[in-house]
Design a protein around this ligand. Structure first.
Ligand SMILES: CC(C)(COP(=O)(O)OP(=O)(O)OC[C@H]1O[C@@H](n2cnc3c(N)ncnc32)[C@H](O)[C@@H]1OP(=O)(O)O)[C@@H](O)C(=O)NCCC(=O)NCCS
Length: 234
């Protein structure tokens, strides 16, 4: 079973990516104040459209993407999916200038990428993020080893709630334990998958820490770096 991933730098991809968006997405992009936020919005939405377009054989702007939340019905904070291609599960992450998308027809996917250089409050993060078993293993670490281990826990948990679509608000991170190959959840919320959620750590470079969650164990992961969104091929 294969998970395909594409990595882009928004700074160089944005100009061409704009050509793949709908008029509504373009006006939303142009209302975004910060340049970096606009770039990643444009590149992320364009790469989702390029993936759907290649898979469905239609023009990028015609790809139907729903963001309805499966848990509360809200139209804008659910896991995005192609309305005409539910068999192709995908997950997107952006951090700094990086935009990354993972997709598969053989497993559900959740992806998270974090920049290891981000400023974090270590003690606060351990308290909010770590389950009891994780706190015990983090206790013995310090300095850069502790920082990297914390980012790893963070990326694994965020990848998990992006696979399920629950997001951060419905599952306290301390209720998830990701210190093994399969996620353990203390008090699973409604809609939590019956099948185990497997975790794979990824090396994407750019000083990032990244994790992929899948409902199939040991996926083959194929990672391609793209200079242009329209170079994406499936
Ligand atoms: C999902 C979530 C953890 C992502 O956090 P983030 O810091 O934005 O993470 P990233 O930048 O790595 O990823 C952003 C991408 O996550 C995806 N995403 C957004 N909501 C998602 C969800 N519920 N499930 C899975 N993926 C989601 C989108 O593709 C988004 O990129 P896009 O807007 O360009 O399409 C966070 O947005 C969240 O918790 N959302 C749901 C919040 C909520 O209201 N929950 C209540 C449910 S009743």
């Amino acid at each position: 079973m294969i998970v395909r991933m594409w990595v882009l730098e928004a700074r160089s991809a944005e100009a061409e990516a704009r050509g793949l968006l709908t008029p509504a997405e373009l006006s939303r992009a142009d209302e975004l104040g910060r340049e970096q936020v606009r770039r990643t919005f444009v590149t992320s939405r364009a790469v989702q459209r390029a993936l759907g377009a290649r898979h469905l054989g239609v023009a990028a702007a015609e790809v139907g993407i729903s963001r309805a939340c499966a848990h509360c019905g809200d139209g804008d904070h659910g896991k995005p999916h192609f309305t005409a291609a539910p068999e192709l599960d995908f997950s997107v992450s952006h951090t700094g200038d990086l935009v990354v998308i993972a997709a598969s027809t053989g497993t559900r996917v959740g992806l998270d990428v974090e920049l290891g250089s981000r400023t974090i409050e270590i003690e606060e993060m351990v308290r909010v993020l770590a389950s009891e078993s994780e706190q015990r293993s983090l206790d013995g670490l310090d300095g850069d080893t502790l920082r990297t281990a914390l980012f790893r826990v963070w990326a694994r948990k965020e990848a998990t709630v992006k696979l399920t679509g629950h997001g951060l608000l419905q599952v306290p991170f301390s209720a998830l334990s990701v210190d093994g190959p399969v996620v353990r959840v203390d008090g699973a919320p409604d809609g939590w998958p019956e099948e185990p959620i497997h975790l794979t750590d990824l090396s994407l470079g750019h000083g990032s820490v990244a994790a992929l969650a899948t409902t199939v164990a040991k996926p083959e992961v194929d990672i391609v770096t793209l200079a242009r969104v329209s170079d994406l091929s499936v």
